[in-house]
Design a protein around this ligand. Structure first.
Ligand SMILES: [Mg+2]
Length: 190
């Protein structure tokens, strides 16, 4: 589901929880506001998989229902889905994870995230009664993913002058400023 029009982006996989994240729950199956546009926009910047404790069979039925009722794009039916054995969603369960520069898990429950793996978790507020139609969580999360997929922390950190370098600039004053790479200053000011 990656798209060739966004070459500047890192190669990312976004794992989406189902209940409380994209829909109310597996029984009432109320789609969260902005679901369609969220999925469409996300598919342009990353690969997508579902990561849910809902059974495989029920997940398939929900995918079909959401597409048939036009709450999700047609390709949503073909999304791969991952199902943890218990409740904990470990990154180790993601197949082919070495293909990606970044993997994210969008989930409303912090408790399902494996200990020590909080970095890949993007928290979304649980979609719950009264199921407000002005809920904008998916838009907010999309922006957060766009930012992280555009400017991964590791790359940003690499271009930032180190603390010791800044200290040496402080000590040596103008002499050190002359040695400083202009791109360093640019990134530092950001
Ligand atoms: Mg959930």
């Amino acid at each position: 589901m990656s798209n060739e029009s966004n070459k500047q982006l890192i190669n990312a996989l976004v794992c989406l929880d189902l209940e409380g994240t994209l829909i109310s729950n597996a029984v009432s199956q109320i789609p969260r506001p902005h679901l369609f546009e969220f999925l469409e926009a996300l598919s342009r910047i990353s690969d997508i998989a579902l990561f849910t404790s809902v059974s495989e069979e029920r997940t398939e039925a929900i995918k079909i229902l959401l597409v048939d009722e036009r709450f999700a794009p047609k390709w949503f039916k073909d999304l791969p889905s991952l199902h943890p054995k218990g409740t904990i969603k470990s990154m180790g369960l993601v197949p082919n994870r070495e293909r990606y520069q970044a993997i994210f898990l969008v989930d409303d429950q912090i408790a399902v995230v494996e200990e020590g793996e909080s970095d890949w978790h993007i928290h979304v507020k649980e979609y719950r009664p009264p199921y407000r139609q002005d809920d904008r969580e998916l838009i907010r999360v999309l922006e957060q993913i766009q930012q992280r997929a555009n400017r991964p922390k590791s790359i940003k950190a690499k271009f930032r002058p180190s603390r010791s370098r800044l200290e040496s600039i402080g000590k040596k004053g103008s002499e050190a400023m002359e040695q400083l790479d202009p791109t360093d200053i640019e990134n530092w000011r950001e």
